[in-house]
Design a protein. Structure first.
Length: 86
């Protein structure tokens, strides 16, 4: 299993290029299904999409989140790519 992590500074151009690279990686079908799973503002959206159980206060278990993100991004060949800022 291989993992590639993409990260861009929060500058508009850097994020744009990172997004472009994610799209290219997705199109190859060999680098998993890269998404910005670890971009902080998007994490609650992924929690809801994946139906991860929330606490009474609205939080969630981050270990469950990481496990689910890894599984969601993995290709059949075991490779995956991640982004933290696309």
């Amino acid at each position: 299993m291989s993992t590639c992590i993409l990260s861009a500074a929060p500058a508009q151009r850097a994020v744009h290029y990172c997004s472009e690279l994610l799209g290219l990686l997705e199109s190859t079908a060999v680098a998993g299904h890269p998404q910005a799973f670890f971009r902080s503002p998007d994490e609650p959206l992924w929690v809801d999409r994946w139906q991860i159980r929330r606490t009474a206060e609205g939080g969630f278990n981050y270990a469950d989140y990481v496990q689910t993100a890894l599984a969601a991004g993995r290709a059949d060949n075991g490779c995956s790519a991640r982004s933290s800022s696309a």
